[in-house]
Design a protein around this ligand. Structure first.
Ligand code: GLY
Length: 416
C-alpha cells in the first residue's frame, strides 16, 4: 500500500468511525440532558402551582406518609434548596421565567441574614443567594451574603476551632447529651465564608473556614476515612468529648449522606484553598464511599445498616427493613462533587463514576414518573431513620444536587 492509499484507508477505517462515535456520544448526552431538563421543568411548574407565592412558611421539603406535600418554614435547614433548584433551571434553560421565580423565592429568605440559631445558614443562603449572585447579581445580594457570613461566624469558637452546628441537644435516643455538637454536614456551610472573604477582601471568614476544616479533618474521620456524624467538643479545653451518630445506624457506622457531605465539603475546600491536604481528604473519603456502593451506585442509607457489630444503642427500629433502603440524596451529592473532584484530582474515572451515577439517578428506579411524586424529581431518599422521619421519600436537597450535577454534566469540557 502506498502512502496515499494508506492515508485513505486510515481515514475511512479509523478517523471517520471515531468522529461518528463522538457525534453519537454527544447526541446521546444532549438527549439525556434535554429529557431531564424537560422533566424537571414540568415537575417544578406544578410544584410552583402547588406552593403558590413564597410566604416564609412554604418551602417544599418532602412528602408525608399520607402522600401529601410537606413544606417547612424558613428557619429549618432546607429553605435554600428550592430557590437553588430554580436557579439551576435558569442556568440550564436560559429562560428568564426561571430567573424571575428564582429571584422571588430567594428574596423571601432575606430575613435569615441575621439568623444565628444553627449552622445551616450556608445551605440556606448560599444555595439561594449564592446562586443568585453568580447567575443574576442584583444590588444588595452581596451585602446579604456578607451579613449571613457574619451571622454564621458568631457560632465559631477559638477554643474548639470549629463552628457549633447545633445548640445543646439530646441524641436521638433521648439520653445522650451534646453541649457543643459539630456534624460533618457543617463542611458545606463553609462555602459561603470563602465567598465572603473573596468579595470583601477580609480574610477573617476564610480563616474560620480553614480552622473548621482542619479540626474536622483531625477529629471527624476514622482510620479508613469513613466519617463520624457528630463530634461533641469541650469548650473549656477544646478537646473532643465524644463521637457519635445522629442520623446514621450507629455511632460506629458510616451514614452515607455524612460521607457524601465530607466528599463534597473537602472538594470545595480544596477548590477554595488549593491546599493538597484537602484534596487528599476528598479522595480518601471518596475511595471509602466507592468501595461501599452497590451495582447501581446509589448507596444504602448507612453502609453498615443491619450489620453485626454495629447495633444501634436502644435498637428501637426495624433493622432488617432499613438495611434495604437506599439514599438517593447521598448519591446526588456525591455525583455532583465527583464532576469537580475528578478534574482537581486528575482522575477521569471519578468523572466516569459521576456520569454513571447521574444516569442511575435519572433511571426509572430513582427518577419519578411524570406527574407523580408530588412534583419532586427523585424518589427514594432517607431523611433520618433514627427519628422515624422521611424514610424512603423524596427530599428537596436530593433534587437540588441532582440538578447541580446535571448542570455540571452539561458544562463538562466547556471551560467556563
Ligand atoms: N444536614 C442534615 C442532613 O443531611 O440530613
Amino acid at each position: 500500500m502506498n502512502l496515499r492509499n494508506f492515508k485513505l484507508f486510515f481515514l475511512a477505517f479509523a478517523v471517520v468511525p471515531l468522529i461518528a462515535a463522538c457525534r453519537n456520544k454527544q447526541k446521546e448526552k444532549d438527549g439525556f440532558i434535554k429529557d431531564n431538563v424537560e422533566f424537571a421543568i414540568a415537575q417544578t411548574d406544578k410544584m410552583l402551582q402547588a406552593v403558590g407565592e413564597p410566604t416564609g412558611k412554604n418551602y417544599p421539603r418532602t412528602i408525608n406518609n399520607k402522600g401529601e406535600l410537606v413544606n417547612t418554614g424558613m428557619y429549618d435547614w432546607t429553605p435554600g434548596f428550592f430557590p437553588g433548584s430554580l436557579w439551576y433551571l435558569y442556568e440550564l434553560t436560559g429562560d428568564t421565567k426561571w430567573k424571575d421565580v428564582a429571584e422571588k423565592w430567594t428574596e423571601s429568605l432575606e430575613p435569615l441574614k441575621t439568623f444565628t440559631g444553627h449552622h445551616d445558614l450556608g445551605f440556606m443562603m448560599y444555595c439561594s443567594y449564592g446562586n443568585a449572585d453568580r447567575l443574576a447579581p442584583k444590588p444588595g445580594y452581596k451585602e446579604i451574603l456578607i451579613e449571613s457570613a457574619n451571622s454564621l461566624s458568631t457560632r465559631f469558637n477559638e477554643k474548639t476551632r470549629t463552628i457549633k452546628s447545633w445548640n445543646y441537644r439530646k441524641a436521638w435516643n433521648g439520653t445522650t447529651e451534646w453541649f457543643y455538637p459539630v456534624i460533618i454536614d457543617n463542611m458545606m456551610n463553609l462555602e459561603m465564608l470563602f465567598y465572603a472573604s473573596k468579595i470583601t477582601g477580609d480574610k477573617k471568614y476564610y480563616d474560620i473556614a480553614v480552622k473548621h476544616s482542619d479540626s474536622t479533618l483531625k477529629n471527624h474521620f476514622r482510620e479508613d476515612f469513613s466519617a463520624y456524624h457528630v463530634v461533641d467538643y469541650d469548650t473549656i479545653t477544646g478537646k473532643v468529648l465524644s463521637r457519635a451518630t445522629c442520623q446514621g445506624f450507629s455511632d460506629n457506622s458510616t451514614w452515607s449522606r455524612g460521607q457524601a457531605w465530607a466528599i463534597y465539603g473537602y472538594t470545595m475546600v480544596y477548590r477554595e484553598t488549593k491546599d493538597a491536604k484537602y484534596l487528599d481528604a476528598a479522595i480518601k473519603a471518596t475511595e471509602l464511599y466507592l468501595k461501599n456502593l452497590p451495582e447501581d451506585l446509589v448507596p444504602l442509607w448507612d453502609f453498615n445498616a443491619g450489620e453485626a457489630g454495629y447495633l444501634p444503642e436502644g435498637k428501637s427500629y426495624a433493622v432488617k427493613f432499613q438495611k434495604k433502603l437506599r439514599d438517593a440524596s447521598a448519591a446526588a451529592i456525591v455525583c455532583s462533587a465527583l464532576f469537580e473532584l475528578g478534574e482537581y484530582a486528575n482522575r477521569p474515572e471519578y468523572v466516569d463514576y459521576a456520569v454513571k451515577m447521574l444516569y442511575s439517578l435519572a433511571s426509572p428506579a430513582y427518577r419519578a414518573a411524570s406527574d407523580s411524586n408530588i412534583d419532586f424529581l427523585l424518589m427514594h431518599s432517607v431523611g433520618s431513620i433514627p427519628h422515624k422521619s422521611e424514610i424512603d421519600k423524596p427530599l428537596v436537597y436530593a433534587d437540588y444536587y441532582f440538578l447541580e450535577a446535571l448542570t455540571r454534566y452539561k458544562n463538562l469540557g466547556s471551560k467556563k
